[in-house]
Design a protein around this ligand. Structure first.
Ligand code: SF4
Length: 249
């Protein structure tokens, strides 16, 4: 067996062990799934052995149809209904009435306000009463995730946050998907390594950063949703007690 194979199998075993520990020590816990490739790896690892970890997605009202169709594919493959959390209708209507449907292109503040309404507030509802949440974030995805840890204290939400794929490479993700026949969003085959809301995501060119297609009109250091803001500020705390800059996807 090659070193590469040994390392991959160790990575998979470590990740399964992390999810097993979450299931036994941190119930109720939930996976915040963007329905992209990393979250499909975790979905497979949770649902195949029947781990008691819930799975939800933020249905922002601006997702690609291909992304929404993943909810049905998960149901067909695993007989599991992903829970959908939607933004408050009144808040969306007020934002659109005051600023326009696509005002997020106008400024970083307008974009963050749209993310707050469509993602941050629904996320807070989805996490209410949970002991831990799980994301598919990887350290290699971008500079804003360079300090990501497998386990972090999420002070903003008052719980533990797990990033079981923190050490995974993109190749590891696709190797797992291929070897385990995991369903995945077809947009990944069309140049979208990172998938968010439709108007805020575009395909990338070969050699571009994985998250270059997200909020492409902004500077790289503003490209997060604010899902881990503390008192309105991006927070970075070192080592295990760590709330990083970041988002679900
Ligand atoms: S990603 Fe774009 S459309 Fe989606 S919530 Fe954020 S600003 Fe709004």
């Amino acid at each position: 067996m090659s070193d590469n194979q040994v390392n991959f199998e160790r990575l998979v075993a470590d990740t399964r062990a992390t999810l097993g520990r979450i299931a036994t020590e941190f119930t109720p816990a939930v996976l915040a799934s963007s329905l992209a490739a990393e979250d499909m790896v975790l979905t497979d690892m949770i649902l195949r052995p029947g781990l008691p970890i819930g799975i939800f997605t933020l249905e922002t009202g601006r997702l690609h149809k291909e992304t929404l169709q993943m909810v049905e594919r998960i149901k067909q493959t695993y007989a599991y209904d992903v829970e959908l959390f939607k933004p408050e209708t009144e808040a969306v209507d007020a934002y659109v009435k005051a600023n326009g449907l696509n005002a997020f292109y106008d400024s970083v503040d307008m974009r963050k306000e749209c993310c707050r309404i469509r993602k941050v507030e629904p996320l807070n509802r989805a996490l209410a009463g949970k002991k831990a949440w799980v994301t598919g974030q990887r350290r290699a995805q971008s500079t804003t995730r360079a300090e990501l840890h497998v386990q972090e204290d999420d002070a903003a939400h008052g719980m533990v946050k797990f990033n079981p794929l923190a050490d995974w490479s993109e190749d590891d993700v696709w190797r797992y998907i291929r070897e385990n026949d995991v369903p995945y969003n077809p947009l990944h085959d069309k140049g979208y390594p990172s998938i968010g809301c439709e108007p805020c995501t575009r395909a990338i060119q070969p050699g571009e950063d994985i998250r270059a297609g997200r909020w492409w009109w902004e500077n790289a250091d503003t490209k997060e949703c604010g899902l881990h803001l503390v008192d309105g500020k991006l927070v970075r705390i070192s080592a295990k007690a760590n709330v990083t800059e970041g988002n679900v996807k």
